[in-house]
Design a protein around this ligand. Structure first.
Ligand code: GTP
Ligand code: MG
Length: 217
């Protein structure tokens, strides 16, 4: 029997090339940081967003995908990304870097404000084709992830889990985390049935993810 939630297969040559082209050169630019739903750009392009716990590697993944080391601001300080940041990709896509959730160490009022916007955005964005929910390969799915996944279930937004920081775990330790992830995902109807294993540091999974995004229209 095939495992539920297998890793996405390597893209074929055509899809890989489509992904490579979409993300090539200086095709990606920072557009704006948004602090309220009223500030969202027009919903006139295919949009994908990157959600996940604070420090899971959302901004780093956007940098790896676009091949631009400082496009999205990444840092060791959890809570780095505090706005909903829009990046244009060619003239066809938006990439959206979201503030992390599950970060307790900021003033409560500030956290509540981001979290409200994050939830409104995830529930209310009509051109959002897929949410990538990032999960640390060392830690698996936490309760706060489940909360966001349930919200995506009820908003009927398809989400795909991207395992991050693959370079930080040994292969033998990965199996346990993967089993946990697969078990939790089985309860989420909006979960896309394939995972992607990535390392923004080493480049693993990046071409695959580019091809997946390029394949959405
Ligand atoms: P917030 O904006 O605070 O929610 O964080 P984020 O999810 O955007 O995380 P960010 O990309 O800022 O990365 C957090 C830390 O993890 C940084 O120190 C990154 O260098 C590190 N990191 C991200 N991806 C990887 C990876 O694939 N491998 C390794 N080793 N470190 C990574
Ligand atoms: Mg960030």
């Amino acid at each position: 029997m095939q495992l539920p939630f297998p890793f996405a297969e390597d893209p074929d040559e055509i899809s890989r090339e489509k992904g490579r082209k979409l993300f090539a050169g200086n095709n990606s630019e920072f557009l704006k940081g948004v602090v309220a739903m009223s500030g969202l750009p027009p919903a006139d392009r295919v949009e994908v967003c990157f959600a996940g716990r604070s420090n899971v590697g959302k901004s780093s993944l956007i940098n790896a995908l676009t091949g631009r080391t400082r496009l999205a601001r990444a840092s060791n300080t959890p809570g780095r990304t505090q706005e909903v940041n829009f990046f244009t990709l060619a003239d066809s896509h938006y990439l959206v870097d979201l503030p992390g959730y599950g970060y307790a160490n900021a003033p409560l009022a500030v956290v509540e404000k981001w979290q409200r916007l994050l939830k409104q955005y995830l529930q209310g964005r009509v051109n959002l084709r897929r949410a990538f929910v990032l999960v640390d390969s060392r830690h698996g799915i936490k309760d706060v992830d489940q909360e966001i996944m349930s919200l995506l279930d009820s908003a009927a937004v398809t989400f795909q889990v991207v395992m991050t920081k693959a370079d930080k775990v040994k292969e033998k330790d990965r199996a346990k985390v993967l089993a946990q992830v697969r078990e939790k995902l089985a309860k989420h109807p909006a979960a896309f049935p394939e995972l992607v294993l990535t390392s923004s540091e080493k480049g693993d999974g990046i071409a695959t993810l580019r091809a997946i995004i390029a394949g959405l229209d």
